[in-house]
Design a protein around this ligand. Structure first.
Ligand SMILES: [Zn+2]
Ligand SMILES: [Zn+2]
Length: 264
């Protein structure tokens, strides 16, 4: 149903590929508006295979500059400029400093300062500021990672979704996630491990704990390297959450809502 709020993970691979699966990218849809969270390697190939050119991407929000979250912006730009996509320039929402990072990347292979601006409607989000993206309100929070990285929250009349992005331990995430219908949280560190102080990823125990403390309606475990064992990561997160917990499955559409938020 087009009026449902739904997410479709396109890829959940970390910085290297899980077999047959793109890197990070999650499609959020409601009322015919399509918003892509992150655009890692392989995401646009899969999007073109399934939905393009008929269904344009209206907006893209980037959590951080790592390749597994950004590198398919390059083939998307070429597809918009020279290919058959024929879409209006998508909004491209970047974290503070993100435009400069993309420019430096483009200069290394193109030289043009307008490589991204000629095909995207570039915007910057800021902490403590709510911005409207189509039918969504976006809020963000900077989280610990190996480079600047941001967690996101999208609110819509039909429901709310929070994304951890890539992050190490940060109890402050609970404030951003509080009361969401769906929390899409990474679990890129092995279960049963105590994260070091400079950790850039979460063990599933913390993903589950944050979902519990935030009283999220549902938890979706994302960005798990295949060698950690997806099923085990999800089982551990579910046990720590105590609520509905699923794995982010590539190209499987998931309707948001329908779960009671957790009692206090
Ligand atoms: Zn990543
Ligand atoms: Zn990262």
């Amino acid at each position: 149903m087009s009026d449902e709020l739904a997410v479709t993970p396109i890829g959940t691979s970390p910085a290297w590929y899980n077999p047959g699966e793109p890197a990070s990218g999650t499609l959020v849809e409601v009322d015919g508006f399509r918003l892509l969270v992150d655009c890692g390697s392989g995401v646009i190939a899969r999007y073109v295979d399934r939905w393009a050119p008929a269904l344009p991407i209206d907006a893209i929000v980037i959590t951080h500059a790592h390749p597994d979250h950004t590198f398919d912006l390059v083939p998307l730009k070429y597809g918009l400029l020279y290919g058959a996509l024929g879409w209006d320039a998508p909004q491209l929402w970047l974290p503070p400093g993100g435009h400069g990072r993309l420019q430096r990347l483009a200069q290394s292979f193109d030289g043009g300062e307008d490589f991204f601006t000629e095909s995207f409607d570039l915007r910057t989000y800021h902490p403590r500021t709510t911005v409207s993206i189509g039918p969504f309100d976006l809020r963000t929070r900077e989280v610990p990672h190996y480079i600047e990285s941001w967690a996101l929250r999208l609110d819509h009349a039909r429901g709310s979704i929070a994304f951890s992005g890539d992050m190490g331990p940060d109890d402050g995430i609970v404030e951003l996630v509080r009361g969401v219908d769906l929390f899409i949280c990474e679990a890129g560190a092995p279960a049963g491990t105590e994260p070091p102080p400079d950790a850039g990823h979460l063990p599933p125990e913390l993903a589950g704990r944050y979902a519990r403390e935030a009283r999220a309606g549902e938890l979706m475990i994302n960005h798990v390297p295949a060698e950690l064992g997806l099923e085990r990561q999800v089982d551990v997160a579910r046990a720590c959450f105590g609520g509905p917990t699923v794995a982010a499955m590539p190209m499987v559409r998931h309707v948001v809502g329908g779960h009671a938020r957790r009692p206090g």
